[in-house]
Structures are given as C-alpha cells and as structure tokens.
Design a binder for this molecule. Sequence first.
Ligand SMILES: Nc1ncnc2c1ncn2[C@@H]1O[C@H](COP(=O)(O)OP(=O)(O)OP(=O)(O)O)[C@@H](O)[C@H]1O
Length: 332
Amino acid sequence: MSATSTDIFRLLDVEKTYDIGRASASLFGAGKRRKLAALDGVRLTVKPGESLALVGESGSGKTTLLRVLLGLTAPTDGRALFREKEIAELKGDDRDRFARDVALIYQDARGSLNPRMTVLDLVAEPLDHHGLCPRAERRDRVAALLQRVGLPAEMMGRYTSALSGGQVRRVAIARALASNPSVLVADEAVSGLDVSTQAQLLKLLRDLQRDMGVSLVFITHDLGVAAYLCERIAVMYLGRIVETGATREVLTAPAHPYTRALLNASPKFFAPIAEPLPGEIPSPIDLPKGCRFAGRCVEARDDCRLTDPALRADGARAFACLHPLDRPRALG
Ligand SMILES: Nc1ncnc2c1ncn2[C@@H]1O[C@H](COP(=O)(O)OP(=O)(O)OP(=O)(O)O)[C@@H](O)[C@H]1O
C-alpha cells in the first residue's frame, strides 16, 4: 500500500480554467480567446478525521475547489482523486460510495431544503435514497440524528418555515450526517446568523468532527472561525494555495505577507475597524508577471515582480513567497 493511499482526497496540480469568450476584435482579425484561471496548480490532501479551512478573499477559488472535491466540476488539467480514484470518472458502486461518503452542508440551508417536506422526510431522504434504513426504523434513526444535532424528536413533524435560522442549520447538518459520511464539506455554513447562534453551531460542528472522526473541509472568510474549527488551513489567492500548515502556527506566525494582510484585515474585539487589504486584487484574466501578490505586498522587492514563486515546504508548513516573513524558530 502506498503511503498516501489512506488520503480521502488528493488534488494533484489541479487547474480549472473558464473560457470567457474573445477579446474585442481589431483591424488585424478576431480577438484572442480569453481564459480565466479559477484554480491554478492546486495541490492538496485531505486525510481521514482532519479538519481543513480554506480561506482567502472573494474570487480566490475556494468555491471552485469545493466544487472539484464534490465532483460538480471537473478539472481542466491535473488530477482530483477520491480514495485514489479520479472523481470525474467514478461509476457504479464507487459513485454510490462517493455520494454517501461526501456530504455537503450548504451556505443557504433554508434555500437548500424543500419547504414542502417535513423535518422527518428531509433528514430521512438520504437514508431512503441510499437504502440505508428499513422503513420501520426510519423514525428512530431520524430521532437519533436530531438528538445528535441538539434538536428534540418532536420537531420531526414540522416544516422549515416554522424553524429559526439556527434550527434550520441543525436540520441541514442532521441530513448531511444521515448517510454516515467520512467527509463533511461546508461553504460558509454559519454566516448570516447572530453571534451566539453562530458560536453554538461552530461548537456543534467541532464536537461532531472530533467525536465522529469525520473529516471537515470548511470554507470561511473568518479567520477566527478557521482557528476555532480547523487544525489545518490553506490560504488561497487568485486560484493558488499560497500558504498552508497547522492553523495555529500559520495564524500566529504567518510566512506569507498575504496571510499577514488577511490577519490585519480581520476585525478584532478591541479594534473592530480593521486595516483593509492594500490595493486591488488583479484580474484573473490578465495576471501580472512574477508573484501575483507583489503589486499589493508591502514587502515586495524587485525580484518578486519577475519570479513567480512556487509553493515550497518548510517542515509541516508550505508557502509561495520569495521573501517569507521572519517566524519564531520554534514554529519553523
Ligand atoms: N462558471 C464560471 N465561469 C467563469 N468564471 C467563473 C465561474 N465560476 C467561477 N468563476 C471565476 O473564478 C474565480 C474564482 O471564483 P470562486 O467562486 O471559486 O472564488 P471564491 O474564493 O469562492 O469567492 P467567494 O468567496 O466570493 O465565494 C473568480 O474570478 C470567478 O469570477
């Protein structure tokens, strides 16, 4: 068995480009076809039981990466593997296993749940779909799942229109857990809620992840949420992972100036007015030469504008920067 064969997901130099039509025509003929690189050479693994946060500004490629993991979009190049098999080519039993094993918690929980179905039917649907539960045991299984997410069994007969935002998210989590998945994938799953409901849901997700040994891939704009929930973090910028490592280490001593800029842009309790990220994110259609962050980086030197840095490993950390920030020795 190879050393990597237990990885749940393995992305090898994944590219995802979108054809966005032609540039305007000129006297010399039709304009060139233009491509937008949403993902550009992404390497990533997700191991059993690990929690991984994907962070980065809007447009950095987080949702596209999630769509690749979920098999909703195929890479243009590179390989996206689930248990060592190409996700886009899964068929038959492998496809069924993938559908049971990888569960998505939607950002818009209320919108993702059919308002004409009761909580019982919503949570039982994956059980029915995968033939995982005899009809006679359905109510008991749903009651146990509701209990797992902190909802009373009496809620089974209700419709989502009668539930609060926090309760609807819990129903969505119970439904995601129904097929006993090994990975939960969540896109901003706690956004748009009040702070205390958010905190309760984050605690629930953290407890579930630890108690059930399920892996978690969590997209968030909030570095505090990433730090609370996930052991590992991948910081994305313009379709690339620019820094990755243990969340605590990356956020206490970032190597990449982009990670530090994201940290500075995060509101703190005592200083809610954060320092905005400098400059504008470049267009993904017309990328600058050299490091993509150089134009916004306060540390940039001449060579940064010429050389595009590859992601290089330093112990358990990896970063794509020619002149990484000084980090305490103990964390290197
Ligand atoms: N179907 C598509 N066609 C063309 N471009 C796309 C498509 N989907 C995404 N993109 C582009 O790919 C890039 C990455 O988008 P993506 O949604 O993955 O970023 P994100 O980090 O998830 O952003 P957000 O935090 O706003 O959701 C963006 O420039 C986006 O405009």
